[in-house]
Design a protein around this ligand. Sequence first.
Ligand code: NAD
Length: 339
Amino acid sequence: MAEPDPSPRRPRLVLAMRPDILDLVLPAPVRARLDALADVHPAPVTDWAAPDAAAPLAAADVLLTGWGCPPLDAAALDRAPRLAAVLHAAGTVKGHVRPEVWQRGIAVSSAADANAAPVVEFTLATVWLAARGALGASAAYARGELPTYRSRRGADGATIGVIGASRIGRGVIDRLRAAPTGFRILLADPYVTAAEAAALGAEHVDPDELCRRSDIVTVHAPDLPETHHLLDARRLALLPDGAAVINTARGRLVDTAALTAECATGRLDAYLDVTDPEPLPPDHALHRLRNVLLTPHIAGCQGTEVQRLGGYAVDELERWTLGEPLLGAVRADDLARIA
Ligand SMILES: NC(=O)c1ccc[n+]([C@@H]2O[C@H](COP(=O)([O-])OP(=O)(O)OC[C@H]3O[C@@H](n4cnc5c(N)ncnc54)[C@H](O)[C@@H]3O)[C@@H](O)[C@H]2O)c1
């Protein structure tokens, strides 16, 4: 009987992402690790049908994809008959990986774990701002009013409602638990039991109760048909006066018109990294509210952090070449409940 071959596979790899982000995703040290593991076609592909893409795709064992990768449908896969793995150097694969990829037995991995960490930290920063009523304080400051130590709620003992025990939601809960504030943490997630929530350090509640009891609500569930307007006018009205809404997930989870109306009265504050629509038009009322902080979808990896995504994909490639399980594996069966 032949001995198993212990040597790692050395795949032929094609990059499929916007050329202008290549140096951010794969800066020299990360690129050197990639080149040590695979024969990399020099030019990234952004059009499967381009004449100069035909030969590299016909030979490709692995695609390393990123932002700007075109949809991987049946026609694209027909051009890449050897393809065995799609490693995404970004978060969700829903934008480009079509069902045919799984149907053909191709492994899929995403770097969503690597993109989660900055979103967790961004959320924590906004929790601290919200606990201080920082936006209201800033507006009052502009009117010449100075805060007293009594005029802000403060973080200690605050109740934080986390919607979604996603990888980001769990990371936020971990960081909230580690804070020396005695935060009370509520969690709404239909995929988590009360015992699992308790093990995470949170009390499992339904979204209505979460809204009624939270000083700050932070949204971390995926954009799915059942999460559309999860925070609608009725639930926003359940929030106590002076509460804050943080959304770093997706804009569609919150009813923008209802939230705008609540913030316009000054009853709620909002910290929104994502909106519906996105981008928000410059003349939208939310832009004019001093108690709303709008950021243009920047909670995930930015600038120097983007290399974490490339580094994660290269780690996945190394595991794949060694025949080890992919840590960021994305399975078709999970698509209905993941981002
Ligand atoms: N602002 C940014 O830059 C940025 C970056 C990365 C991710 N995101 C967004 O953050 C959110 C979380 O991302 P992730 O990768 O941690 O998600 P994830 O894929 O880990 O989330 C999946 C989990 O969400 C939970 N969930 C599913 N349906 C739910 C529901 N109806 N109610 C409550 N919870 C539900 C379940 O626990 C499920 O396992 C997503 O909306 C994602 O698009 C934003």
